[in-house]
Design a protein around this ligand. Structure first.
Ligand SMILES: [Zn+2]
Length: 224
């Protein structure tokens, strides 16, 4: 991790900034799916949470698997994102490239935080560890998400006039729905960020012990 949904922020921002070149859904999925590994390892009571799949070799395998899974269901996914005013058709090459990029972005962000990670496995070194503080990483992810929402709202509602649309959102009702949806998500994010104390136990763990430590029950309740 960091707390998995935070990875969606940079993925959303990059996916919208480079919309013509990347497959947005594949980027969002591959940027979070890497954390299936720590979830699985948690169930196994393993002494570490970030193993092979939090390396660039493991991330490449995850990217290939995600692309292989996403490509056959792409038309179904296109219908879902069309509900959000986004129209995007992608080739397998674009989905594959994007899926690997999403996994790599996850590994890069995590490598600043977790001492047990070996991003360049089989080499056992992590030059990124603590190079940037955990708080900065979480802040970066949150700000990226907010910027991503702003770009999304602009391109899904006003951008169509300038030919920079991400869809064909000419309906006033749909524009209104998009603005309401973005507002609700931004408000939810603000609520999450305003409960800052829930980061603190995790930050102490990352900065000083470099290994997972059981968090207080209250923390899980707040996250859940
Ligand atoms: Zn992770």
């Amino acid at each position: 991790m960091p707390f998995t949904p935070f990875h969606l922020g940079p993925a959303l921002l990059i996916g919208l900034l480079f919309f013509p070149f990347l497959d947005l859904v594949s980027l969002l999925v591959s940027s979070v799916i890497v954390d299936v590994e720590p979830l699985y390892l948690m169930t196994q009571h393993a002494p570490y949470l970030h193993g092979f799949f939090h390396s660039y070799i493991g991330g490449t395998i995850i990217g290939i698997l995600v692309a292989t899974g996403m490509y056959p269901i792409r038309s179904w996914l296109q219908k879902i994102i069309a509900l959000f005013g986004i129209l995007q058709r992608s080739s397998f090459h674009r989905i594959l490239f994007t899926s690997i990029l999403g996994a790599y972005s996850h590994i890069l962000l995590d490598s600043f935080l977790y001492g047990e990670m070996k991003p360049f496995y089989p080499w056992d070194f992590n030059p990124f560890l603590n190079a940037v503080s955990a708080l900065s990483i979480y802040g970066f992810c949150s700000i990226s998400f907010i910027l991503g929402l702003i770009i999304y709202a602009y391109r899904a509602t006003r951008g169509w006039r300038t030919g920079k649309s991400i869809g064909l959102t000419t309906s006033p009702v749909r524009k209104m729905l998009i603005i309401v949806m973005v507002t609700v998500i931004a408000f939810g994010l603000w609520l999450l960020m305003s409960s800052l104390p829930f980061w603190e136990p995790k930050l102490r763990v990352n900065l000083h012990h470099h290994r997972p430590v059981r968090l207080p029950q209250e923390t899980f309740l707040r996250l859940g």
